[in-house]
Design a protein. Sequence first.
Length: 523
Amino acid sequence: MKRLFFIYFVVLAISSCTKHNIESQNACTIEFTPDEAKVEFAVVLSKAISQEKNLREFIKQEALKQFDMDYDVFYPYVKESMVNDTFSFRDLLLKYTTKETLEQIEKALPLLTIYVPDYSWIGAFSPEMWDTNDDEVLVALKEDDDLKIRYNGDVVGVIEENQFADFPLLVIKDNERLIVNTCDTRSGDCSYHFISDAFDASLNNIQTRVDRDCYYEQLYDIEEVGNYLSASELDSKVIAAYNEFGEMPGRYHRDYIYYGITNENSSGIYNNYYKEYIYKIKFSNANGGGLYDTTSGDYIDGHFPEPITKYREKNKLTIDELKDLDLRIEGKLELRVYAVMGTKNGEALTAEDTYNVALDELFAVDKVYVEERGTNIVLWRRKYVYSINQTCLVPIWYTLNKPLELPVDDSWNLSQSTPYIKIRIEEWDQGETKSRTEEFSISMANNASTETTEEGHKIGYGTTTTTTYKDTYSYSYVNSSDVLGEAFVKFTDPIIASKEGDKYRINVYTFGDMDAMILPRHI
């Protein structure tokens, strides 16, 4: 009914322009809002994609290129690309709409993107497994909190909050990894740049997915992962430091690594061939704030009929306990790490890095329920949706293995820098960039009786006292991003907590919703 009213309004506006003979042709031009433009584009694309096999293959191949490190097809970049010998992408769309309508869509949506979702991590639809011979391709668009799906121009159903499609699906959205530089007012063409180099496929290696089987009402016996590493995952000097000092109080593993201090030799010279690495990260739980955007109302975990429900009690959660990101339409997570180190002259040095991480690299799926949807819900052939909720996801360690690129060469030469690094981790979302200044203080134990550091020379352990450090630093942030947490990495922290069999239990830092292993490594 709303769409009929909109069409009537448009016809009335055009008739009005003709009747009163308005001199300016631009006055009769219908300008879409971004939301209206997305609806119009979803209608046009759903018609074209169901009728044009070449277009289905074109979009699949463009998605597999992962130009922004996700399965996104960026319309401004590909609209003039040839789909076959005769027609470009834009030409094919014009078979199903008018030139004026398409121009207005393009004007309203400079970041227009077609996302081909990857649900392979749950055994459902993925770009690699897309059979483009199948003309039953659904186009999805989130409208008023509903993820509506269209076929050949018509809305044919809604995908529920905790369901994932096992059929070809295209999602209309704005690209969150690009920023508009400028747009030509006459042609409407824009130039763009990536928000971070981490999203530029030309600068990164793309990992293709392997095909996976579909799983039906199956329970996965996923064990909680521990905080253990093998000797092959650790720098040999980290192991040597543990062997030297073990778990003795007042003995610092980093004394051995950065200064060569031992039980027999309590002084040493700074070694600048080591640097701290963020080795692994893991969500503390599947309800982590970076996974979910804020919404309202009560929320009950998804329904799991027998034999699924007998394995675990259903938990009733309120939305206040969950923040929400719609996993049906989002691709990989953008995790941003900020590091701050203070210097002895009172300066605070900051650095940041961005990581592009897929959901199945952060979570294992413990259980899944596959529901067959009847012909009255989607189309005339069998379709399936895969239902999961937070109780289905088990956090796992993801390996980053990247150094903290702090803007100081001797990052832990304690004659120059403070003996701690403050780290903040965010799940980045596009929004307004702002700046903020913060002051923080930290109290640390130090060995005052014999502890001195001067010009790279350090005398180690002794009687323990406490010193308080204060720093002020400024940083930029995006107001829509989710802060996963902050923590201090201290020079005096143990690296290995204990050895158990042939495994080493690592001291893990907790950043609110995120855990991290931070280890020294030779550079």
